[in-house]
Every structure is written in C-alpha cells, then in structure tokens.
Design a protein around this ligand. Structure first.
Ligand code: M6R
Length: 608
C-alpha cells in the first residue's frame, strides 16, 4: 500500500504535502514524491528511500505553488527507484498522477498507448493512468478522469493534477481508501486521516466509483454514472497527539505502552446493569445466534494470531466449532459457509485486500460476517453485516501491538456473548471471567512498569541469527505472534511451534546458538511445557521463559524468565504477549533497526 496526499488552498503546498506524507510514511517508504502546479506547469520532485531524502531535495529549492499532490510508495510494479516513484506524468508533463493500488490491465493499456505514440519512462502500472488521461483529456479534467476509470481494471485511489487547472485536484477510488479533508478556504485529499488532521477534523470518505473535484473552496462528488453525490461528513474526535510519538522514541514503543488504555476502551460498556454481556453490533436475534453451527475466522498476520486465540475461547466457552483460515487461502478453498455460519473477519486497518475478498466470498455464500477492526469507516465496515470496533486509537508502527491485544479483548467479548446467548456458560461463570478480564489492563501496566529483565535478555540475544518460539494451547498463537514480531522488526529468523511438535522435526535446529522462547505461563499443560524445555536444554539451547509471577521453579529450567501476573489460563494470551513484543522491540533497537518502518513491509496490504 502507498500513501497519498493532496492540498489546494492559500498556503505553500510543498510544506503541507511533506508534513502529510510524514504522517503517512508508515504506509510505504520505498520512495516518495510531490507534484506542484504553478505558472501553467507541473513540477515533479521524487526521491528513492525515506521521505527525508525528498524533504532535503525540496528544501534545496522549495516550490512556491499552492496546489499539489504527494505520494509515499510501497513498490508493487517496478523496483523502488526514482523512475518508478510517484507522481507519474504524461508525455507532455502537464498531468501528474499519484496512485495507491494495482491496475490489473495496465500491460494491455500500455501497449495500446505506446502504439498511439505515448512514451513511457517507468515500469509502473500507474504511469498508464497519466498517459490514458492525456489521451482522453478534452479540456474537462473530471470528465477525463471519469472516462479513464471506465478503462481501468483493478483497485485504485488516485489524485490527479493538470497544469491547465491550477486550482483543482481530481480524486477517485475503487477498493482503496481515500478521504477528503474539508477545511476553511483549503481542502485536502489523503489516503488516511492523520495526513489531514493538522488542517481539519472534518472529513468526507469517498465511496467506490466516486470521483471528487476538489478546489480550495468546494468539493464536488459524483458517482460512477456522473450523478451528484451528497457525501456525509465525519467529525474526527481524536487529535494528532494520538498519531504522534508523544515523547517515546518510536511509535511501536508508544503503542506497546498504550495497551492498558486500548484494552480498557475496548472492554468499556460491555456489561449491562443486569450483568449481561452486551453486543448489539452483532445484530442477530438470540435465535439466530443459537442456530450458528460453525464459525470461520479469516485474517492475516497478527490478526490471524488473534483469530487463533479466539478459536480456543469460542470453542471452550460457546462450544461452537471454529476454523481459522488465513485470508489469502480462505476464498480459494470453496469454504463451507452457509446461512448458519458466522464469519469473523479480523483486520486492524480494515483495508487488507485478502481479508476483504474473504468477506465478500463469505457473504456471497450466505454467511453472516462480523468485522473486528480499529479503523472507523474503513472498507471492511462497509462490507460486513456488523462491526466490533477495537478502540486502540491510531496504530502507526508497522508491527501491530496494541491492536493485537485490543482484538483479543474484543474477541473475549464476542466469545462470552456467544456463550451467554447459547447458554453454555451461566451468568455466574461469565461474571467470574469478566471480573478477571477487568483486571487485565492493570496487569499489563504492571508488566510495563519494569522493563529491566526484558532489556537484559534482549542485550544477551541480540546477535543471534535464529530462534524458536514454543507454547501449548493458547500459548501457541502467543508464540506465533512473538516470532512474527521478532522476525519483522529485527530480521532474526524466528519460528513458532506447538511445543509438543518440536520433537517431530524442529528440534534438529537446536544448538547453543539458537535461543528458545517458551510461553510457560500457568496452565493445564504446564508440566508438559517444562518437559519440552528440558528436551531443548538437553540439546544445548538457552531458554527464555514467559512465566507466571511466583513460579520460582521455572527459573531452574530457564536462562531468563520474563514474569507476568497470574490470571486464569484462557485470559493469559494478552499478558504473555507483552514481554514478547518488548523482547522483539529491544532486540531490534539494539541491532540498530528501524522498528517503525521495517524493510519490505507496509502497515496494511491493500493488494492481493
Ligand atoms: O490490517 P490487518 O490487521 O488486516 O493487517 C494484517 C497483517 O498485514 C498485519 O497484522 C501484519 O502481519 C503486521 N505487520 C504484523 O505486525
């Protein structure tokens, strides 16, 4: 995915575009560029690498123009070099385009345009849009964009600038997010809210197929048939502080520390005066809930791990069989979804292409789809039957942390609600679990109040090339999440296994150089976990255990112990993952890695 920003108003556009791109850089950071319209021409500046390279180039010769578009790229078509960086222009250099998404028929269009005499300078699909616009433009930019969209297949959010229209940006979207920030005498276009928040809290969310013509004093939106659309304005309550570092060294560390608040916000208001769990968002009658005979959970990456935690919760408490399928596989496996299936789509961004495709597939088959997401108004909220929001606030670090634990909190609520409605847990049992759940945010605060053990451990293992993560039961997805965090931000190879599986193969990897991280919190299988620890230690491995406070025995079996407060086994996932997030964070920091923007990754993946 990439970041898009556009500005038209009375101020110097380059300043606003660069600041906007800085808040979108988490969406992609292979290259960045801006185009400014001024004195009847469009000037483009692009640089490979981080935004700082572009900022330095612009600072050397700042353009005075008051209208422009900008882009930060996560490469899909074409390598991350300057030619492939956005904005892309037509042959005459009078039209500039920034684009997020993929144009699937770009090769066919490119051939056609080359045959008509157009000269291409990049390997990208996006450049096709600029030349297509050049071929269709007859004096009306909005009409040219609308005509071009009719030829494009795929997904896109675009913003377009033309030298002939130095007061207008035309923007459009299909399957890729795009918002308009509505200001006083100035307007903005962006792929995400933080890019406009310095200027306005009033936004319009463009819908699929819509085209917006944005001037300094007006925004006109038409649908794919050209009919005028009255878009509903949204007022954004959260402020920029929530999307800035607030004194922390990195967004990731800030977001790890925001987990107690995210958990409290996500659990807030979920139990009524009658002691019953409330979940009106499910929008199902009790009869419908009782008739569910299967749950599918579909998600990617960290959200998939939250889904694996939920499987244990729903099966244990509500006694419904649950299958958890990575979204990129879900729709291709002819899933057994019908009108008695509940499909839970977990996606913090709400814009992951594979998960959205799974949602569409499930609904087509008659399934009831409930989304769990952190982003109000995101794509998944529009495509699902119901939405449970995690109230974690904006997550900017590419590695998901607070949204993961908030997803699990939301899934506790869902699992308890299903159990309550189906009568598989009684009110007293639910009350007991809920009371423990209420303590979890405070327990996370306790873990975060002393980082010395995890820092010490990170310093010891920072230079290893490989690691194993083991767990049992609900500890398996925790181990998987710990391994994912470590590999994505520190680039150390990390593999997670159900601890009992280890002797069936992965134990061959064990040497004294490969540390083994074990989720060994109090559980019914604790003794077996300890046996697994002994198996790896017998082969020379050093063990880092995540264990329950006051478990002094575990220290005899481990080189390092990261303690977490005691909770019932099924509530332990949130607590056990926090030391693993911190371990990954400090190892990456000690290795000098950029934890907020790890190589090759983007915050959400809007392409399949
Ligand atoms: O926005 P989503 O929750 O749908 O994103 C899913 C994954 O792309 C995401 O969790 C990814 O694995 C993160 N980099 C994990 O830290």
């Amino acid at each position: 995915m990439c970041g898009i920003v556009g500005y038209v108003g009375p101020k110097r556009a380059s300043d606003i575009l660069l600041a906007g791109l800085a808040s979108l850089e988490y969406r992609g950071y292979d290259s960045a560029g801006i185009a400014i319209a001024e004195e009847g021409r469009v000037d483009v500046t692009r640089r490979v690498g981080k935004l700082a390279n572009l900022s330095a180039a612009v600072a050397a010769d700042p353009p005075a123009g008051v209208i422009g578009i900008g882009h930060t790229r996560w490469a899909t078509h074409g390598r991350p070099n300057e030619e492939n960086a956005h904005p892309h222009t037509d042959c005459a250099g009078r039209i500039a385009v920034v684009h997020n998404g993929i144009i699937e028929n770009y090769l066919e269009l490119r051939e056609e345009l080359v045959a008509a005499g157009h000269t291409f300078r990049s390997e990208t699909d996006t450049e096709t849009i600029a030349h297509l616009l050049e071929s269709l433009y007859e004096g009306d930019l909005t009409a040219a964009v609308a005509a071009a969209l009719r030829r494009l297949h795929g997904s896109y959010a675009i913003a377009v600038l033309h030298a002939d229209h130095p007061g207008t940006i035309v923007a459009a979207r299909l399957d890729s997010p795009l918002i308009i920030g509505v200001g006083e005498g100035e307007n903005l276009v962006a792929s995400d809210i933080p890019a406009v928040l310095r200027h306005t809290r009033e936004i319009l969310v463009l819908e699929d197929g819509e085209v917006a013509t944005v001037d300094a004093n007006s925004v006109t939106v038409v649908d794919r048939d050209g009919a005028p659309v009255v878009s509903e304005r949204m007022h954004i309550e959260w402020d920029l502080d929530a999307a800035e570092k607030g004194g922390y060294e990195d967004f990731m560390l800030k977001e790890i520390h925001e987990q107690p608040r995210a958990l409290r916000e996500t659990l807030r208001g979920r139990v009524g005066d009658d002691g019953l769990i409330q979940l009106s968002e499910l929008d199902m009658t009790d009869e419908q809930v009782r008739s569910i005979d299967r749950v599918f959970i579909t998600a990617c990456g960290t959200s998939f791990h939250a889904g694996l935690v939920a499987k244990t919760l729903i099966e244990t408490w509500a006694r419904i069989p649950v299958e958890v399928v990575v979204s990129s596989e879900f729709r291709y496996r002819d899933p057994l979804v019908d009108d008695r299936t509940l499909v839970v789509a977990i996606t913090q961004s709400g814009e992951t292409a594979d998960t959205l495709a799974g949602v569409r597939e499930a609904r087509q088959r008659g399934g009831k789809v409930i989304a769990i997401t952190n982003v109000v108004g995101s794509r998944v909220t529009r495509e699902s039957d119901g939405v449970i929001y995690t109230h974690a606030g904006p997550e900017i670090g590419v590695a998901a942390t607070k949204t993961f634990t908030a997803q699990i909190a939301a899934l506790y609520v869902l699992a308890l609600y299903l159990a309550q409605t189906r009568g598989t847990l009684d009110r007293e049992q639910i009350g007991g679990i809920w009371a423990h759940l209420q303590d979890v945010p405070g327990h996370v605060e306790t873990i975060l109040s002393d980082l010395s053990a995890v820092q010490e451990c990170a310093a010891v293992y920072k230079d290893r090339y490989s690691s194993l993560f083991l767990g049992r039961g609900i500890g398996v997805p925790v181990a998987m999440e710990g391994a994912l965090k470590l590999k994505e931000i520190s680039y150390i190879h990390a593999e997670a296994y159900a601890a009992g599986e280890m002797k069936h193969g992965p134990i061959a990897l064990i040497t004294s150089e490969v540390p083994v991280v074990v989720v060994a919190t109090a559980s019914d299988t604790y003794e077996k976990v300890v046996s697994n620890i002994q198996e790896v230690r017998a082969r020379g491995a050093e063990v880092i255990s995540v264990a329950t406070q006051d478990d002094h025995d575990i220290a005899k079996h481990s080189e390092h112990v990261l303690y977490v407060p005691e909770v019932p086994e099924l509530l332990s996932a949130i607590l056990a993952v926090v030391p693993l997030q911190l371990l990954a964070y400090y190892i990456a920091k000690y290795r000098g890695c950029n934890v907020d923007q790890p190589r090759n990754l983007a915050k959400s993946v809007t392409v399949e």
